[in-house]
Design a protein around this ligand. Structure first.
Ligand code: NAG
Ligand code: NAG
Ligand code: NAG
Ligand code: NAG
Ligand code: NAG
Ligand code: NAG
Ligand code: NAG
Ligand code: NAG
Length: 440
C-alpha cells in the first residue's frame, strides 16, 4: 500500500513538473507565433557607413512592453560607431577620445539603446518614437505596437557586401525574458510615400526575431487566481506562498498601507521595484473568478482584478482567460473584449482589457486598486455543467504572465455533483491510516 502511494505521488510530482515546464517554455500555447521582430532597414549609404531605420514590432497578442520600457543592446562586429540617433539614444557614450572635432554619439562596442521620453523636441523625433519605450500588445492596440528610431552608423562599410549586421542582440522589455536570434538578410522593405502613389525601397534589410519565456523572465509568478461560486460558500484561495512567502528573504518584504505611503513619499519617482501589501499569497496581482448567477439559458461570471503592489499603476493592463464557453460569450460589461483563436476553429480564449479613460489603468494597491467586469455566457446544452469545476477558467494570464491557479481538487463543487470526497489530504490520511494498519 505504501509503495503504491509513493509511486502515485512520484507520478503526480512528475505530472506537476511536466505541466509547469510546458507552461514556462518559450512556446506560448495561447499565442504560438507571438514574437518581437526587430527590422533594421538601411535607407541610405553615407561616406563612411549608413543611415538605418530600426523598428521594433511587438507581434505578441497580449504581452506588451511596459514602463520603464525596452532596452536594446548588441555587439558590433567591426569598429562601428554611432554618429547620431533620432528618436532614441545610447545610454553611454563610451570612449570617443580618438575622434577629432565633434565626437560620435556612441563609441562603445556593445551599445545599449533606449527610447526617448514623451515630450521630446520635434527635431529629435521620428514616427513611432518617444513613448518612453512602452509598446502595446498587437491585439490590444496595433497602432501603438511598434517603436522606431533612426541611427547613423560610421566605420561600418558602405556596400551591402561590406556591412555587418549587429550580433548578439539583447532585448530587455523591461528586464530579462527575451531571447533574440541572429539577424537575417531579407527582401528589402518597400516604403510608400504619404500619398501612396510612390514606392521607395531600403538598400538592405535585416530581421531579427526575439521570443519570450516566462521561465527566463522571473523565478517567481506575479499573479494568482482565486475562485468562488454562488453554489458553494467557500472561496477557493491560492495556496499560501503562491508568489513568495512573507518570511522569505528572496521575495523581499511586504508592508501595510500606512507604511507604504511613508515609503512612497520618501522614495524617488519611477521606482519599479514592487512594494507589496502583505497577503498570504504575496502576489502583486490577484484575479478572482466568481460564478455569480445561473439562468435558464445563460450564466454569469464576475471577474475582479486586484493590485497588491503599492509601486505600480498598471496602465494598459490586459488579461487573457481560457474557458470553453468563450465560444458563446453574449455580453461583457465594462471591459474591452477580443476573441483570440490561436488554433483555427477553437474559440476558447479571450483577451480582456480596460476601457480608455475609464478603467484602462489598474491603480496601485489601496482602496481603488481594482477593476471589475461581468461576463454573460450562453449555455451550450451539450457541454454546460457546474460539475467538476467546468465553470472555472482553465488558464489566466495577466499582462502576458501565467497566473498560478488553485489546485483542481479544491474547486467548489455543485451540491448535486459528487461530494468533495476526492480531496487529496483525505486520501493521504486514508492511505497513511491503512499503511499503519498493515504494518501492525
Ligand atoms: C513573428 O510574428 C509574425 C506575426 O505574427 C509572424 O508572421 C512571424 O512568422 C513570426 N516569426 C517567427 C520567427 O515566429
Ligand atoms: C547587393 O547589391 C547587389 C546589387 O547592387 C545585389 O545584386 C545583391 O543581391 C545584394 N546583396 C545582398 C546581400 O543584398
Ligand atoms: C556572441 O555571444 C557568443 C556566446 O555568448 C560569443 O561566443 C560570441 O563571441 C559573441 N559574439 C560577439 C560578436 O561578441
Ligand atoms: C521582416 O520583418 C518585417 C516586419 O516585421 C516583416 O513584415 C517581414 O515579413 C519580415 N521578413 C521575413 C523574411 O521574415
Ligand atoms: C514561512 O512561512 C510559511 C507560511 O507562512 C511557513 O510554511 C514556513 O515554514 C515559514 N518559513 C520560515 C523559514 O519561517
Ligand atoms: C498612480 O497614479 C496616481 C494617480 O494618478 C498617482 O497619484 C500615484 O502616484 C501613481 N503611483 C505610482 C506608483 O506611480
Ligand atoms: C470564433 O469567433 C469568431 C469571432 O467571434 C467567429 O467568427 C467564429 O465563427 C468562431 N468560431 C467558432 C468555432 O466558434
Ligand atoms: C451559441 O449558443 C446557441 C444556443 O445554444 C447555439 O445555437 C450556437 O450554436 C452556439 N454557438 C457556438 C459557437 O457554440
Amino acid at each position: 500500500m505504501e509503495i503504491v502511494y509513493s509511486r502515485f505521488s512520484v507520478l503526480f510530482l512528475f505530472l506537476l513538473s511536466w505541466t509547469s515546464f510546458t507552461t514556462t517554455d518559450a512556446y506560448d500555447a495561447l499565442d504560438p507565433t507571438g514574437n518581437i521582430t526587430i527590422k533594421w532597414d538601411i535607407i541610405s549609404w553615407t561616406p563612411d557607413g549608413y543611415v538605418a531605420r530600426v523598428t521594433i514590432f511587438n507581434f505578441q497578442q497580449y504581452r506588451h512592453i511596459e514602463a520603464p520600457g525596452w532596452q536594446l543592446g548588441w555587439t558590433w562586429l567591426k569598429k562601428e560607431v554611432i554618429w547620431s540617433m533620432v528618436g532614441a539614444q545610447a545610454t553611454e557614450q563610451g570612449d570617443c577620445s580618438k575622434f577629432k572635432g565633434d565626437p560620435p554619439h556612441c563609441c562603445k562596442k556593445t551599445p545599449t539603446v533606449v527610447d526617448l521620453l514623451p515630450g521630446t523636441p520635434y527635431n529629435h523625433q521620428i514616427s513611432n518614437c518617444c513613448r518612453g519605450g512602452v509598446v502595446s500588445a498587437w491585439a490590444q492596440d496595433p497602432a501603438n505596437a511598434a517603436s522606431s528610431f533612426q541611427i547613423s552608423v560610421g566605420q561600418s562599410g558602405t556596400t551591402n557586401t561590406t556591412v555587418r549586421a549587429p550580433r548578439n542582440v539583447t532585448l530587455k522589455a523591461p528586464g530579462p525574458g527575451y531571447t533574440c536570434g541572429p539577424a537575417k538578410t531579407v527582401a528589402p522593405t518597400k516604403f510608400f510615400s504619404d500619398d501612396k502613389r510612390r514606392k521607395t525601397q531600403a538598400m538592405m534589410t535585416w530581421n531579427m526575431t526575439c521570443t519570450y519565456s516566462q521561465f527566463l523572465a522571473r523565478k517567481t509568478p506575479t499573479c494568482c487566481v482565486s475562485l468562488s461560486s454562488f453554489y458553494d460558500k467557500t472561496i477557493v484561495p491560492f495556496p499560501t506562498c503562491s508568489c513568495g512567502c512573507q518570511n522569505s528573504s528572496q521575495t523581499g518584504t511586504c508592508v501595510d498601507q500606512k507604511i507604504a505611503s511613508v515609503i512612497q513619499a520618501s522614495s524617488r519617482k519611477n521606482n519599479y521595484e514592487p512594494l507589496l501589501q502583505c497577503t498570504q499569497h504575496m502576489c502583486p496581482i490577484r484575479v478572482h473568478w466568481h460564478v455569480k448567477t445561473n439562468y435558464k439559458e445563460y450564466w454569469r461570471v464576475k471577474v475582479s482584478i486586484t493590485n497588491f503592489n503599492f509601486n505600480m499603476n498598471y496602465s494598459l493592463w490586459n488579461m487573457v482567460a481560457q474557458h470553453p464557453n468563450f465560444n458563446n460569450v453574449t455580453q461583457l460589461f465594462s471591459f474591452n473584449y477580443k476573441p483570440l483563436s490561436p488554433y483555427a476553429g477553437i474559440n476558447d480564449t479571450a483577451m480582456l482589457w480596460g476601457i480608455k479613460f475609464y478603467n484602462d489603468m489598474l491603480s496601485q494597491a489601496g482602496p481603488v486598486g481594482n477593476v471589475q467586469s461581468e461576463l454573460l455566457f450562453r449555455k451550450s446544452p451539450s457541454k454546460f455543467t457546474f460539475e467538476k469545476g467546468w465553470a472555472f477558467p482553465r488558464r489566466i494570464y495577466f499582462n502576458g504572465d501565467n497566473c498560478v491557479m488553485p489546485p483542481p481538487d479544491s474547486y467548489p463543487w455543485f451540491p448535486n455533483a459528487t461530494p468533495k470526497l476526492a480531496t487529496s489530504p483525505f486520501i493521504v490520511l486514508l492511505i497513511t491510516f491503512f499503511s499503519v494498519l498493515i504494518r501492525m
